[in-house]
Design a protein around this ligand. Structure first.
Ligand SMILES: Cc1cc2nc3c(=O)[nH]c(=O)nc-3n(C[C@H](O)[C@H](O)[C@H](O)COP(=O)(O)OP(=O)(O)OC[C@H]3O[C@@H](n4cnc5c(N)ncnc54)[C@H](O)[C@@H]3O)c2cc1C
Length: 327
């Protein structure tokens, strides 16, 4: 691990200025991703700017929905009464992630920006275009069981590992940021993540010194009937092989509106409008769910070890919808 210094700041402005002062400085929240990657030499920042003393640590109900501060811990968010009532899919997704200890540390902004668990990204001796642009992608011909099927490119097939973000994709969350010139941005989650293409090192539209301040969940009743299902190699402390976040509005057994997002199988939290189109206007029944799952996985590109995830993801989505129907 390389030497680094630690700077504590009390405000968004101070945090952004501290990053400006040193080109190799990064924000530090719970540290559960950052410190891991520093220990592996994957990341070598010289300055950690601790944002934990800033505000942005509360969950507020507003006319527009619910505002979640960047520093709200994953545990607090999962157990919040409003979140559990109005957006159960988010609570369930958070509680399916990591462990209780990690969730107590992990922040909302940190979760949005957690890095892939790709073995080759985390091994500095391997070729990885995301970690070292131009060095190739060893996952393409290596052990790629956990890798992505959707949104991939010849440069990168790393999976986005977050559970929380899959639920937020289904809920159409909006990420709010602040920049050095004081301007703010509201970025829909659908526009926040970048597909790898030829530049997998660029994962989001965030600029270098842009701070996430909060996340807004829209005031939409669809969140009340929602569910998250995660399938993994063991029941706890494990990332998704496949997951599905689903929500709908029903009218007499007919699906009036639907939301579908998938995790564990794509390079970004994957909203499936194809599946939503299939579901809309149809009876809430297994035959409909199967067709939606077919549509969701239609563009999947399997590699040597991960082809099984196509069927797994379809079944995960079908079962998530079945469970939503039983609730
Ligand atoms: C063993 C283990 C198992 C896990 N299992 C799961 C799992 O099953 N599912 C899952 O979803 N996650 C899992 N995780 C990941 C965990 O959810 C993330 O590590 C955590 O959410 C990151 O939050 P943090 O606050 O610790 O981020 P940090 O490590 O502090 O930061 C992560 C990134 O966010 C940036 N950042 C932080 N705050 C801001 C801000 N306000 N503005 C801009 N940038 C910011 C940092 O600069 C850094 O780049 C696991 C982690 C571990 C270690």
């Amino acid at each position: 691990m390389h030497p680094f210094s630690f700077v504590e700041v009390e405000s968004a402005e101070a945090a952004i200025n501290a990053l400006e002062a040193d080109g190799n400085a990064v924000f530090f929240a719970g540290g559960t991703t950052l410190i891991d990657l520093m220990k592996l030499d994957v990341l070598t920042p010289e300055v950690l700017v601790d944002v934990n003393r800033m505000a942005f640590a509360s969950i507020q109900t507003t006319a527009d929905g619910v505002s979640i501060g960047a520093n709200v811990r994953n545990s607090d968010l999962a157990h919040d009464r409003v979140i559990r009532d109005r957006y159960p899919v988010l609570s369930e997704a958070l509680l399916s992630g990591a462990s209780a200890q990690l969730r107590n540390m992990a922040s909302t902004a940190g979760n949005l920006l957690q890095r892939t668990r790709c073995l080759y990204f985390r091994d500095v001796n391997a070729g990885c275009n995301k970690r070292r642009p131009g060095s190739g992608c060893d996952a393409l011909t290596g052990v790629n069981r956990s890798h992505a099927l959707l949104g991939t490119s010849d440069a990168c097939i790393a999976t986005n590992p977050s559970d929380m973000c899959v639920a937020m994709a289904a809920l159409e969350a909006v990420i709010h940021t602040q920049r050095q010139d004081g301007t703010t941005r509201a970025i829909p989650l659908a526009d926040f993540y970048l597909l790898p293409g030829n530049t997998p090192e660029r994962e989001t539209v965030l600029e270098k010194r842009e701070l996430i301040t909060h996340v807004q969940l829209p005031n939409d009743e669809i969140g009340r009937r929602s569910h998250y299902l995660k399938v993994r190699d063991r029941a706890s402390y494990e990332f998704a092989l496949a997951s599905a976040a689903v929500a709908w509005e029903l009218d007499g057994g007919i699906i009036k509106r639907a939301r579908v997002a998938l995790g564990g199988i794509a390079t970004v939290p994957w909203r499936s409008k194809e599946a939503e189109t299939v579901l809309t206007g149809k009876p809430a029944a297994t035959a409909t769910y199967v067709k939606a799952a077919e549509a969701a996985l239609e563009g999947a590109v399997p590699r040597e070890h991960n082809a099984f995830k196509i069927e797994l993801a379809k079944r995960t989505l079908v079962e998530a919808l079945e469970e939503l129907g039983r609730n």
